[in-house]
Write a protein that binds this ligand. Sequence first.
Ligand code: SF4
Length: 206
Amino acid sequence: MTDWEALRTACDQCHRCPLGQTRTNLVFGVGNPSADILFVGEGPGEQEDLKGEPFVGKAGILLDKMLSCIGMSRTENVYIANIVKCRPPRNRDPLPEERQACLPYLRAQTKLIRPKIIVCLGKVAATTLIDPSFSIMRSHGVWQERKGFWMIATFHPAALLRNENLKRDAYSDLLKIRAKYDELHSSDQKKGPPESDGQVKEETEK
Ligand code: SF4
């Protein structure tokens, strides 16, 4: 059994928090398991819960368009997951204790994927992964280097559907993400293949 299979099985059987009792399907994640970019949303909504896949429905269609704008797609260059893998009732924000219960699974996925860039989609992901006091309005589009990852936050596609005025800023954030991806790739090519992946592994284990 691979690590991915073991992780998937553990998630499928998980009842670490009350969200496990009300889910229809666990929403594990989707995308390229070797992607350089990991997108993290907050949690499954109704459609995601029914289909068992993150970002389906209107917000998912918009996310796919956003990725397409920068020459990426959910099946090729990125991996998409959420802070919690089971739907919070009535689409409320996941509670702090639910986020903490589920985070080890996201950390394990991160360790397996080994992305260079982590993009937080919306407030819940940014306050959980970057800083508890993070403000999306003030600090979206700002890079932070943390524990071997380049991290950035932008607006959740559902927020863009509610407020079209945010789309211009979101597009600017996407261009920064594409530019960082290209910059990291070009510096990789100059350096040649990595000698060791120890640092990233160590950091994701913390
Ligand atoms: S949300 Fe996460 S921790 Fe809670 S039951 Fe689902 S998989 Fe387990």
